[in-house]
Design a protein around this ligand. Structure first.
Ligand code: PLP
Length: 379
């Protein structure tokens, strides 16, 4: 039986050729290709600056550090997100304070997030969940009123837009992922966009051990450069091999997003009359890249989420459970044993992801639609 995978990176000979060119050039670590990728990513998103990082988790961690967040501080974020969102806060010694999400688009609920602000709150971290933008302006307004920072976890949101502008251009610290499960990939990889020159400079410093001179500076000089390490730094660099792949991927990002949106539109057109399923909803001004296509199963459905997954799996259609909740994971549950987030828990437990990737065969799209329809018809 042919298996339809949940996701597949869209990589071609062009990426392989560019990676090969870098390998053969002899300069494989962070260098000119990383710089070019940063410039092109900033231009694409409309951000002033972009800083390439080894992955999005590290990007979030550095964003916490440059926001001066540390032990004793609180950061409000969704529990219903990939665990890296909350982990990046804990790395600094600060405490993630979990707020509820919207039951349909799975993004942080501004009112609930605001209700959790205390004198210790230093920031709100929003996540554009599975590519659907959160209501950035609502959070900007709350953060400005309470004089706290806004950090965007845009791991899934390359190519998404909010109010006509690309994600990456709206606030000071926006973190992206290029993991293969994302819309474009560099194997592993991340990027931070920022409008703030000082933040850009500190991010660049921290990602390379806080070494005052870069590898390129040292390579290009014949004089003995002193290599002072000016604060506690990290090795969070991207390689030029990854960046070369990223440049090609970025050149196709809009095309990939349009194709994903066509597939999603096809699913919505053909599944939305099933009354026990809730389709993703894109409100006016919100433009998603459909990094994942999640459907929610109603509580009174004759077919449960798990049964639906099982029966699709039997026919060779891969699915995944909905976005996890961090507070119920072993690494968190003792710390949050008294916390109940009914909206997030129900959204997580009753949703599933259907396969979506580019290119996807028309026959496979048809098979998924037919099988889902068939399962509900048989009940
Ligand atoms: C919302 C969110 N944040 C952060 C991450 C972490 O990204 P990375 O794997 O690049 O560290 C992911 C990855 O799945 C994610 O979905």
């Amino acid at each position: 039986m042919n298996l339809i995978p949940i996701a597949k990176p869209y990589l071609t000979n062009a990426e392989a050729d560019e990676a090969s060119r870098v390998v053969l050039s002899g300069w494989v670590a962070q260098g000119p290709k990383v710089k070019e990728f940063e410039e092109k990513f900033a231009e694409y998103t409309g951000a002033r600056y972009a800083v390439a990082i080894s992955n999005c988790t590290a990007a979030l961690h550095l964003s916490m550090i440059v926001s001066e967040i540390g032990a004793g501080d609180e950061v409000i974020c969704p529990s219903m997100s990939y665990i890296a969102t909350a982990n990046s806060i804990r790395y600094t010694g600060a405490t993630p304070v979990f707020a509820e999400v919207d039951p349909v688009n799975f993004n942080l609920d501004p009112a609930d997030a605001e209700s959790k602000i205390t004198s210790r709150t230093k920031a709100i971290m929003i996540a554009h969940q599975i590519g659907m933008p959160a209501d950035i302006d609502a959070f900007k307004e709350i953060c400005a009123r309470h004089n706290i920072k806004l950090i965007e976890d845009a791991a899934c949101a390359s190519g998404s837009s909010y109010k006509g502008k690309k994600i990456g251009s709206h606030s000071e610290l926006v973190c992206f992922s290029f993991h293969p499960r994302k819309v474009i990939t560099t194997g592993e990889g991340g990027m931070i966009t920022t409008s703030n020159e000082k933040l850009r400079d500190r991010l660049k410093l921290l990602r390379q051990h806080a070494m005052a001179s870069s590898s390129i500076d040292r390579h290009n000089t014949s004089s003995a450069l002193s290599e002072d390490h000016v604060e506690l730094g990290y090795n969070y660099r991207m390689t030029d091999i990854q960046a070369a792949v990223g440049i090609v991927q970025l050149s196709r990002l809009d095309e990939i997003v349009m194709e994903r949106r066509n597939i999603a539109a096809n699913f919505i057109r053909n599944l939305s009359d099933i009354k026990w399923l809730m389709m993703p909803e894109e409100k006016e001004g919100f433009f998603t890249n459909y990094q994942s296509f999640a459907v929610r199963v109603h509580n009174d459905s004759p077919v449960s989420r798990d049964e639906l997954m099982l029966r699709l799996g039997e026919k060779g259609i891969s699915t995944r459970r909905g976005v996890m909740t961090a507070h119920r994971e072993t690494a968190y549950k003792d710390l949050y044993s008294k916390l109940s987030l009914p909206v997030s828990e129900s959204a997580s437990d009753n949703s599933l992801m259907l396969p979506i990737f580019v290119p996807m065969l028309k026959d496979d799209i048809g098979k998924i639609i037919e099988r889902v329809r068939g399962i509900f018809r048989e009940t």
